[in-house]
Design a protein around this ligand. Structure first.
Ligand code: ARG
Length: 467
């Protein structure tokens, strides 16, 4: 809260020239970002070293000053890494904390580092570097998750389970095929990550405050030194743009949605009623009151993390939507959203990878469920089309009558005696029993991308070659 002492505070070291007194305490609190942007220290120092090196190369600062600056920055890097750096909220953000410390370490030469740049292009640079590294990490984590699914799919290419629509038993599928559905989803997430890396691979430094600079800088040199493909092409856009952060959040939101659907399936599958999978102790907890319980907490938390990630995406879109070009301080609020979403996404992918690798699959339960609910009714209809020449619509009707009869007798389709089936349609022969088992049903679905074990193995081979 504001109090009288604020007036006696010294004005800000960096921009305080025209201010008579220090900022009000509330102002300091709302203005400071050091609490979260200190995460960018390594990127900030790397960016400054590249900038100073370029300034010296272009003859804008002396080599002697550049050497002092680079040495000082490296000292600060090790101070921060070893926890021996005192961050100050009065110095607002990571950029000014580093620069102030540099001045203490090397004296007046420190004042030359900020030539031909502004905090606007500096923060755009630091944040882009951070998001790029996070995307690279995400790409690797998705690769590990895909690998976990490929192993499970291979192991269960022939294991039958019920396939669902509307969460009602639809047609039998294999567990391997179901696993490969997730491989497709996470494969798309990974290609979105790769595209995002391509989009953001342009260096902002040198756009300066918004208009570029009169100093003879070389933006191609700094871009190259920092591992970017090329410099950005418009200085106004450069300091206004946070698309790279929003793209990261949208990718995280879509991947989060996929992870959450998987989490929901694991929650359902691990209930005693389904009993399709059993989570390892490592990814579940017990109840403090009900000794029999094993709760899928990790899956539930993955499902919940998705809510946070979506919140971050909506927050940043909303922060940005009304901003005139170029930089506005609103944009400082970008970082916490991205940092929080990145942490949630990393945790969610890691937890899912562990769960998928560790869970025990109960193939007997899956097989029993696969045959219930008249899941091979479509196979009967298809047989009537193929073998008895019925139009599919008529076959559908005949099959419906067979299902109703089986239901009234409390048995499966395959358990209906031939005489019953022939009473419904005279052309039915005992050959029909060959298509009424779940194994036969699954094996028959050899269409490209279908659930037949041979097709699932083809899909696995495709992804193994790409993972
Ligand atoms: N801490 C600021 C941010 O994160 C740095 C840029 C400040 N620029 C400015 N002109 N005040 O956005």
């Amino acid at each position: 809260m504001a109090d009288d002492t604020t007036d006696t505070k010294s004005s800000n070291q960096m921009w305080g020239g025209r201010f008579a007194s220090g900022p009000d305490a509330i102002m300091e609190e709302i203005n400071a970002s050091i609490g979260f942007d200190k995460k960018l220290f390594a990127q900030d120092i790397r960016g400054s070293i590249a900038h100073a090196t370029m300034l010296a190369h272009q003859g804008i600062i002396s080599t002697d000053d550049k050497d002092k600056i680079v040495h000082g920055l490296n000292t600060i890097l090790s101070e921060i890494e070893s926890g021996n750096f005192e961050f100050s909220r009065q110095l607002e953000d990571i950029h000014m904390n580093v620069e102030a410390r540099l001045a203490t370490l090397i004296g007046p030469a420190a004042g030359r580092l900020h030539t031909a740049r502004s905090r606007n292009d500096q923060v755009a640079l630091d944040f882009r570097l951070w998001v790029k590294e996070e995307l690279q990490k995400t790409e690797q984590m998705l690769t590990n998750l895909i690998a976990a699914f490929l192993d499970r799919a291979e192991e269960h290419a022939e294991s039958v389970m019920p396939g669902f629509t509307h969460l009602q038993t639809a047609q039998p599928v294999t567990f391997g095929h179901h696993c490969m559905a997730y491989v497709e989803m996470f494969g798309r997430d990974r290609s979105r990550v790769r595209h995002a890396i391509e989009h953001l691979d342009e260096s902002p430094i040198g756009a300066a405050a918004l208009a570029g600079t009169g100093y003879p800088i070389d933006r191609h040199m700094t871009a190259k030194a920092l591992g970017f493909r090329e410099p950005t092409r418009n200085s106004i856009d450069t300091v206004s743009d946070r698309d790279f952060a929003i793209e990261f959040l949208s990718i995280a939101a879509i991947a989060g949605m996929h992870l959450s659907r998987l989490a929901e399936e694991i929650v359902i599958w691990s209930t005693p009623q389904f009993g399709f999978v059993r989570l390892s102790d490592a990814f579940s907890t017990g109840s403090s009151i009900m000794p029999q319980k094993k709760n899928p907490d990790a899956a539930e938390l993955v499902r919940a993390k998705t809510g946070r990630i979506n919140g971050s995406l909506v927050a940043l879109l909303t922060i940005m939507k009304g901003l005139p070009l170029a930089y506005s301080k609103d944009m400082q609020e970008d970082k916490e959203q991205v940092f929080d979403a990145a942490e949630s996404l990393e945790l969610a992918i890691a937890a899912m990878t562990g769960m998928v690798r560790d869970m025990t699959v109960n193939t007997a339960r899956m097989k029993a469920a696969a045959g219930s609910g008249y899941s091979t009714a479509t196979d009967l209809a298809d047989w009537l089309v193929r073998e008895a020449g019925l139009p599919f619509r008529d076959a559908h009707h005949v099959t419906g009558r067979a299902v109703a009869l089986a239901e009234s007798k409390g048995c499966d389709l395959a358990e209906l005696p031939l005489s019953d089936l022939q009473a419904i349609h005279p052309d039915i022969t005992d050959k029909v029993y060959g298509v009424l088992t779940v194994e036969a049903s699954v094996a028959s679905r050899k269409s490209f991308g279908g659930t037949a074990p041979s097709e699932v193995r083809r899909q696995i081979a495709f992804w193994r070659a790409r993972n």
